[in-house]
Design a protein around this ligand. Structure first.
Ligand SMILES: Nc1ncnc2c1ncn2[C@@H]1O[C@H](COP(=O)(O)OP(=O)(O)OP(=O)(O)O)[C@@H](O)[C@H]1O
Ligand SMILES: [Mg+2]
Length: 258
């Protein structure tokens, strides 16, 4: 199998809903083998940015490129083979009622006619990674929010993409699964050398699992770079208006909101 790494580059993206400007000249870079945390207060444009990367929305200006190729020049299937998206809010998937079927749908961009044995194996493997095998025959629309979130993560893993776009992947999860899911994302990113852009609200979780961080504020990049450089008390105060300390405990930096 030909294995290529993929770099995401966003240059000067501007997006507006009608006359209201949401993203203002956003630039970022996400590399294979790394988790890029997308942080910022409610309404700062994080979801809008992921939707521009996945071409659900079209920027008014600027460019989104995967390995130098503009995503506007790709077919929807080509883009789906490269980029997987786990949305912040999900609606019930009426045509795919069971958990297994939802996860198997992740294979759709790779399949020309019908799913084969390999697709089924990949789907089961992804369900194993997300600890949802026991839910395989459950109806998707009857799951708890956290269970549904893990199902959609499994679907993105089964899609075998080069870049994962994850909008608040831990927002509905209990503390154990927050760590489990972030660890799985990190493991996927490191072992498969894929990239991930993850919107995270928990600054300490970002400090623990992300490699780089971009901090959005009012649709603009307030700071970007290594997590240690970006997650400082000054930047956190500017973005969120709260005080924090960065403390070292059990061998790693921790962000405490005070
Ligand atoms: N469909 C829409 N039409 C008009 N305005 C919208 C639409 N969707 C989002 N917005 C506005 O765009 C801005 C950015 O929204 P977005 O969902 O990207 O924020 P976010 O950073 O993801 O916030 P959160 O942390 O709450 O998820 C907000 O002011 C929001 O009200
Ligand atoms: Mg959002």
């Amino acid at each position: 199998m030909l294995f290529t790494l993929m770099r995401l580059r966003i240059d000067n993206v501007v997006f507006s809903y009608g006359s209201s400007m949401i993203l203002k000249d956003v630039c970022l870079d996400a590399a294979p083998g790394e988790i890029l945390g997308i942080l910022g207060p409610n309404g700062s444009g994080k979801t809008t940015l992921l939707r521009c990367i996945n071409r659900i929305l079209t920027p008014k200006q600027g460019r989104v490129a995967l390995d130098g190729a503009d995503i506007r020049d790709m077919s929807r299937t080509e883009l789906s083979r490269r980029v997987g998206y786990v949305p912040q809010h999900h609606t019930s998937e009426a045509c795919t009622p069971t958990v297994y079927e939802v996860v198997l749908m992740g294979r759709r961009p790779h399949v020309t006619w019908e799913f084969g044995e390999e697709d089924r194996e990949i789907a089961w493997q992804a369900m194993e990674e997300m600890d949802i095998k026991g839910l395989s025959s459950h109806r998707f629309d009857q799951l708890s929010s956290g269970q549904a979130q893990r199902v959609l993560m499994a679907r993105a893993i089964a899609q075998e993409v080069k870049m994962l776009l994850l909008d608040e992947p831990t927002s509905n999860l209990d503390v154990k699964y927050q760590i489990d899911v972030m660890s799985t994302i990190l493991d996927q990113v490191r072992t498969k050398d894929i990239g991930a852009c993850a919107v995270v609200h928990d600054l300490d979780l970002a400090m623990r699992f992300c490699d780089k961080v971009v901090l959005l504020h009012d649709g603009k990049v307030l700071a970007a770079g290594s997590k240690g450089d970006v997650l400082t008390p000054d930047n956190i105060r500017m973005a969120y208006g709260v005080d924090s300390v960065i403390d070292r405990l059990h061998g790693r930096e921790r962000v405490l909101i005070i």
